[in-house]
Design a protein around this ligand. Structure first.
Ligand code: AMP
Length: 313
């Protein structure tokens, strides 16, 4: 067992300039798990209600995801989120959040889950993230995501959860909001000073960046002509990032750089269609092709500029 994710499993209602869905499978753990399942064994910890049916479960089963720790509250309703995106698709406007069964969720980890080598604390109440962190003391690497909803309502709890993990994976607006620093570099330095060894910043259509103590790495996003629905892009990114890391023997800086590419590759597929639709029928060939495209896209030769070289002679 290598990768554990705790997070929301949800029904989403989403509207973008290109269409809408009234009820589709969503949630941070769902998007993360599907994405990571292309790289490693995944186990999901979460909760759903009696309205979560066989069709939804089959999406997890279809990707070989272990749902043994996905609790089911028969007389409750599954977490529900409704969001809308403007024309530029960069910001999600939350129109409705119904915690439902999530309101009383107490994550209970089985023995197998506690032995996970790597753990992703997906977007849920930060105190719950810390409780899960406590239960996986032996994990080699623990990462966390959060969102403005929690940063606004319980900032101290978010900060405490961040202090207990190795890697933070958030978007740029969240990094600024969390640290109170408008400049991203200063924001990163502030967040790293709370304890984590790496901060990965998702920047939507502008790509992603990684800050570690003394190092910086950034890549653009894959240039897509048609983006349909960004819901879940962040979690799909995290799934590719963590899934790839979990498939490697060592999670050093070089592996984390490759993991950022895989995260970006997975996110780029996710936004091509609504919800989990595209990732559900993705193939390893498609993933590898897009990884190679990223390499070509970001490669340049190290040849000194002729006039500058002459001037230094
Ligand atoms: P993202 O990857 O950031 O686009 O996350 C999208 C997913 O987050 C959606 O599928 C929602 O179900 C889920 N979500 C939205 N709000 C919350 C919340 N407050 N807590 C947990 N999950 C949420």
């Amino acid at each position: 067992m290598s990768l554990l994710v705790v997070g929301s499993v949800a029904f989403d209602a989403v509207e973008t300039p290109f269409g809408k869905r009234e009820r589709m499978l969503g949630g941070s753990a769902t998007h993360f798990g599907l994405s990571a399942s292309f790289f490693t064994d995944v186990r999901v910890v979460g909760v759903v209600g009696g309205d979560f049916g066989a069709e939804e479960m089959s999406v997890f089963e279809g990707r070989g995801i272990d749902t043994g720790d996905l609790e089911r509250v028969a007389d409750g309703k599954t977490f529900f989120w409704r969001g809308r995106y403007e024309f530029d698709l960069n910001t999600a406007h939350t129109l409705d959040t119904q915690l439902n069964v999530f309101a009383d969720f107490q994550p209970k980890l089985s023995e197998a889950s506690r032995g996970a080598r790597m753990v992703f604390l997906g977007n849920i109440q930060p105190d719950l993230q810390r409780e899960v962190r406590e239960q996986v003391r032996g994990a080699e690497l623990v990462a966390l995501d959060t969102m403005n909803y929690w940063i606004t309502s319980v900032p101290d709890a978010v900060k405490a959860a961040i202090s207990a993990v190795d890697v933070v994976i958030i978007n740029d607006a969240e990094a600024r909001q969390l640290s109170g620093e408008p400049n991203l570099i200063r924001a990163a330095r502030a967040i790293l000073s709370w304890g984590p060894r790496a901060l990965v910043v998702k920047r939507g259509e502008y790509g992603a960046a990684m800050f570690t103590d003394g190092a910086y790495f950034a890549i653009p996003a894959y240039p897509l002509e048609s983006v349909f629905d960004p819901t879940g892009a962040g979690d799909t990114f995290a799934g590719g990032f963590m899934g790839y890391l979990a498939s490697q023997d060592v999670a050093d800086e070089a592996a984390m750089r490759r993991a950022i590419i895989f995260g970006s590759v997975m996110a780029s597929f996710n936004v091509e269609e609504f919800g989990t639709e595209r990732v559900q029928r993705l193939t390893h060939e498609e993933i590898n092709e897009r990884f190679a495209a990223f390499k070509r896209m970001t490669h340049f030769e190290e040849i000194p500029f002729e006039r500058a070289a002459q001037a230094t002679k």
